[in-house]
Design a binder for this molecule. Structure first.
Ligand code: SDX
Length: 420
């Protein structure tokens, strides 16, 4: 069946059926309103597809995540964040010289105008780093005017990723230096790979184990199809806003504790459970109590109704990193206790609430010496290639339309202003 006939109030419309390469099916409702006057309503877009995409495939029931068809497990084991970023954005695996050229381009852009460093320093040291990141990325528009126009040529589009990856790396490290009162002299080293250079920019020393763990975390965060922040980037980019404005909008969407801010919220939750005596079973009960606002941060996912494959991979890396660094973190014991309890509690099992990517990432970041408030910046550093790839796919699409949803009005009907 290639279409579905819908009859409404005596009017009928043929809705084409769209089938993806993984046999996902959708009803194309582009003609619904014109033919029947009806729109659809879908709170939180739980059942609504915003686009067709060739970037990332997720199967929530089977815990599958693939970038351009490659399983995340293989990319974590055999690739690197730079290579995965290239694969996502340019749509193909780089050969040796392409990868070296890409790395060199990132190196060229691993400098940030001193005026932007001063903007970061203008923030109070206890201000949230995501506000500094969004500000600094928006400010890049003032220093790269050639990227501010709405139609980038192919050469500019090709440069957009290394530019933003290089700038993000230095800006993020500068933010860390600012909040931790470190020196603001940041010298990127092109001889180091991306995570090694980031670690060196952050801590003024490199550490192979930390850089390797970070490379895995960045790969795992690189893209996740139409999540809240990627959809925001597409929404803003659909107005032909420039790359800096579009990416800064993604940063702000990721800031929320229900999305990218969850990794920070997980650690804050675990710390408060520890401060409250470590009785995690009490918090499992609180999370189930509808009259209480507490939710188990790091649990649940809109798509993964089985396990988040990234959580499994991060958990493995977490154990290795903590063992290598000789870190024994009581908060990790609480995390493991929470997970064990939740995985056997009917409330969580019935609602298919399992640990997600954020449940363990915060523990690793903390073991790596990264302050809690920087966790969501780390998420953004990883997600940048995905955001920009989603933006590029959207603007290069066959029929770019500005995103402008409809609504059903439920407010006051016509009334005269002179009435009292
Ligand atoms: C990320 O979309 C992506 O791809 C995001 C992400 C990415 O890579 O970009 O994967 C990254 O954002 C992961 C999610 C990080 N957020 C958190 O860990 C915050 C805690 N999780 C919840 O807020 C929640 O699970 C969401 C927001 C993640 C998903 O929410 P849904 O799918 O909209 O689920 P829901 O709010 O409709 O809840 C369904 C039921 C409800 O109970 P009932 O009304 O059926 O009785 O499950 C309950 C909810 O109350 N529930 C939870 C819960 N999450 C859902 N109960 C307790 N603790 C939780 N964490």
């Amino acid at each position: 069946m290639s279409s579905y006939k819908l009859d409404l109030d005596g009017k009928s419309v043929e809705l084409p059926i769209v089938v993806g390469t993984e046999n996902e099916k959708g009803l194309d409702i582009s003609n619904l309103r014109a033919e029947t006057g009806y729109i659809t309503l879908d709170n939180g877009y739980v059942n609504t597809g915003s686009c067709e995409s060739q970037i990332t495939f997720i199967n929530g029931a089977k815990g599958i995540l693939r970038y351009r068809g490659y399983p995340i497990e293989q990319l974590v084991e055999k690739s690197s964040f730079e290579e995965v970023s290239y694969l996502l954005y340019y749509g193909k695996r780089p050969n040796k010289s392409e990868l070296e050229g890409f790395k060199a381009k990132i190196g060229e852009y691993s400098v940030v105008p001193k005026e932007i460093i001063k903007m970061i320093e203008a923030f109070p040291k206890d201000a949230h780093p995501m506000g500094m990141l969004a500000t600094a990325v928006t400010a890049l528009s003032g220093f790269y005017p050639e990227f501010v126009k709405s139609n980038l040529n192919d050469d500019e589009k090709n440069k957009a990723l290394p530019l933003l990856m290089g700038a993000f790396k230095v800006i993020s490290a500068a933010i860390y230096r600012h909040v931790s009162s470190g020196s603001m002299k940041l010298n990127s080293q092109s001889s180091l790979n991306y995570p090694e250079d980031f670690v060196s920019l952050m801590f003024d020393k490199s550490d192979e184990d930390v850089a390797k763990a970070l490379d895995i975390l960045l790969i795992l965060h690189a893209d996740h199809e139409q999540n809240c922040s990627a959809s925001t980037v597409r929404m803003v980019g659909s107005s032909k806003a420039n790359i800096f404005a579009s990416i800064a909008s993604g940063i702000n969407a990721l800031w929320g504790p229900l999305h990218g801010g969850a990794n920070q919220a997980v650690i804050e939750m675990l710390d408060s459970i520890q401060a409250d005596g470590g009785d995690y079973k009490k918090y499992i009960e609180l999370a189930k109590d509808k009259s209480h606002p507490f939710r188990l941060m790091g649990f649940g996912h809109r798509v993964y109704k089985n396990f988040d494959p990234r959580a499994k991979l991060i958990k493995g890396s977490c154990d290795k990193v903590l063992a290598k660094l000789g870190v024994s973190d009581p908060v990790l014991d609480i995390a493991k206790g929470l997970e064990a309890e939740a995985l056997k509690d009917p409330y969580f099992v019935e609602r298919k609430l399992f640990p997600n990517v954020d449940f363990y990432s915060g523990i690793i970041y903390r073991a790596l010496g990264i302050p809690t408030t920087m966790f969501t910046v780390m998420f953004a550093l990883g997600r940048l290639p995905g955001w920009l790839t989603q933006w590029k796919e959207m603007i290069e699409g066959d029929s770019l339309k500005i995103c402008r949803p409809r609504q059903i009005y439920t407010g006051e009907t016509l009334r005269d202003f002179s009435d009292q």
